[in-house]
Design a protein around this ligand. Structure first.
Ligand code: SD4
Length: 330
């Protein structure tokens, strides 16, 4: 864990001139480098954390061929869902405290259509099930056994999602922890992805195995439209990562989009939503929350409570990690 913290700190400062900040007694506000975030591009795709690099590549293949943003975000996050080395999304995700891998995901398109699944077991690509909910049902969200049954009816294969690695980590956790779900930067790394296609349409996707060692039945923000993800083609799109409870309490992604509607840049809108989280929580220890935003001009940005949040950014001839501003050092 310590290594990962060090790694996170290092990447926060390691990719160019990023840290230009003002300091106050209790916080260390660090703003990202403006130059790289205000230039609008189309098509473009952004996604949370380092695993976004591989996911963006899959999304980009679709966008550069004039494909749709909704196809791009679905195919993009599927890469992370299917990657057993990603311990916080899909196959290989850390289980709940009883040893079950349960998945949450949602997807939203430029017309405001959306679909979601929560507490879904045994299906490797929950984002595709969420898309089927959006396209083939009159509903927005299916959960648990009903979501699983729907997926099987739609032809999705079932699979044991608990890898040997995850099982081992869970068994170690059981020996050392006091059977409490734990929240910190090491055990939650959802992928949220936002894309703008050549036709000027936005879409977003968000998918996760949620907090490691969570209570059985716990659902976070990631499958909740308005919390983990929100898209309004008139304005922009936003997604969240981090402690889902804090994001739900503040309707985070919707707030980010509404702030962009009021004229704020994507980065400013994300910062306002982060500040809202901070103003609503007395104890912010380990309360990492990060937001990403992309407006319909192709401008993008992100902001987090704590240092270390970054995103993968891909547009024509550009494929790189971008660091986000933050309010506090760990
Ligand atoms: C959740 N927001 O289940 C997700 C976890 C996450 O980075 O985003 N981790 O609360």
């Amino acid at each position: 864990m310590e290594n990962r913290r060090k790694f996170i700190r290092k990447t926060a400062f390691g990719l160019g001139a990023v840290a230009v900040g003002s300091q106050t007694a209790c916080s260390n506000t660090v703003e990202p480098q403006e130059a790289s975030i205000v230039i609008g591009q189309k098509p473009i795709v952004i996604s949370t954390w380092n695993h976004g690099m591989a996911a963006n590549q899959a999304a980009w293949k679709i966008l550069e061929d004039d494909g749709s943003a909704i196809d791009a975000v679905e195919k993009g996050v599927m890469v992370t869902e299917s990657d057993p080395s990603s311990s916080s999304v899909g196959f290989g995700g850390r289980p709940d405290r009883e040893g079950y891998v349960t998945l949450d995901a949602c997807i939203m398109n430029h017309e405001g259509d959306c679909g979601a699944v929560a507490f879904l077991e045994d299906i490797e690509n929950p984002i595709s099930v969420a898309r089927k909910v959006m396209e083939d049902t009159p509903h927005v969200m299916l959960v648990g056994e009903g979501a699983r049954q729907f997926a099987v009816e739609k032809g999705f294969a079932t699979k044991n999602l608990l890898t040997d690695d995850s099982k081992k980590a869970w068994e170690e956790w059981k020996n050392t922890e006091n059977y409490q779900p734990k929240v910190n930067s090491e055990n939650h790394d959802t992928i949220g992805m936002l894309a703008l296609d050549n036709s000027g349409n936005l879409s977003g996707a968000c998918t996760t195995s949620g907090m490691a060692w969570k209570m059985r039945g716990r659902v976070g923000d990631s499958p909740i439209i308005g919390a983990g993800l929100f898209v309004d083609n008139e304005i922009g799109a936003a997604c969240a990562t981090g402690v889902g409870e804090a994001v739900i309490r503040t309707a985070g992604s919707h707030l980010v989009v509404e702030m962009m509607r009021q004229g704020h840049s994507p980065t400013e809108a994300c910062k306002i939503a982060v500040d809202r989280v901070l103003s609503k929580h007395k104890n912010i220890e380990n309360l990492q929350v990060g937001y990403l935003a992309l407006n319909n001009k192709g401008e993008h940005g992100g902001y987090a409570v704590y240092a270390g949040f970054n995103y993968a950014l891909t547009f024509k001839e550009m494929h790189k990690m971008e660091d986000c501003g933050y309010q506090h050092e760990w």
